[in-house]
Design a protein around this ligand. Structure first.
Ligand code: SAM
Length: 199
């Protein structure tokens, strides 16, 4: 989905966009000591704001100005400071070795672009820093609920591991995310990789 579609989506969702942090981010990051965090494809900011509320010094990047405007409103309301950056990740170079945590949640872009973004994201990790990448798994197309309907933007944990050369992989697996809607309870399948830059 391109930038104008994301702007439309965030405009439709408005203040009703999800505000609770992603469950896997909470599981994977809660035990880490707060430091500097980079949230790539931060959308309306739910995860970046959760991190900032826990004492992280957070930078959030997204190319949707409508999503970021909502993120700014939310962070002001919650009285937390987040450095919001409007940028297309396929052309944006993060500062090298500057972050203790880099997270990329549900960035569904074609494999070639994803590889570039994740390679740069890995380069932004300080020694000992943690990378968390999570998104709709390829198998979700046929076996799971919701998510993108084009295989081009889906991936597997192995695809993500291949994008993160030089990092030590701590966890790489498919995870189930329960989703409830008006038709009942469903299961979505996500790909999750947690990796670390060696000290
Ligand atoms: C499914 S939303 C996920 C938002 C957030 N990570 C979350 O979990 O709530 C995907 C986000 O990726 C952003 N995005 C997609 N392609 C991008 C690109 N090339 N550069 C920057 N942001 C991008 C969209 O604007 C959208 O906000």
């Amino acid at each position: 989905m391109r930038r104008d579609r994301w702007n439309e989506k965030w405009r439709e969702r408005g203040a009703g966009a999800r505000s609770e942090p992603n469950r896997f981010l909470v599981e994977e990051v809660s035990e880490l000591p707060a430091g500097r965090a980079l949230d790539l494809a931060c959308g309306a900011g739910r995860n970046a704001i959760w991190l900032a509320e826990r004492g992280w010094c957070v930078t959030g990047v997204d190319y949707s100005e409508i999503g970021l405007a909502e993120a700014r409103r939310r962070s002001a309301r919650q009285r937390v400071a987040v450095d919001w950056i409007l940028a297309d990740l396929t052309g944006w170079l993060p500062p090298a070795h500057a972050f203790d945590l880099v997270c990329v949640l549900y960035l569904q872009i074609p494999a070639g672009e994803r590889h570039v973004v994740l390679e740069r994201a890995a380069g932004a990790l300080a020694p000992g820093g943690t990378m968390l990448v999570l998104g709709h798994d390829l198998s979700n197309l046929t076996e799971g609920h919701g998510g993108p309907t084009s295989a081009d933007v889906l991936y597997t944990p192995d695809d993500l591991v291949a994008d993160l050369a030089g990092l030590t992989v701590e966890r790489a697996e498919r995870v189930i995310r329960p989703v409830e809607d008006e038709d009942g309870l469903h299961e979505a399948i996500d790909a999750l990789v947690r990796a670390r830059r060696p000290d």
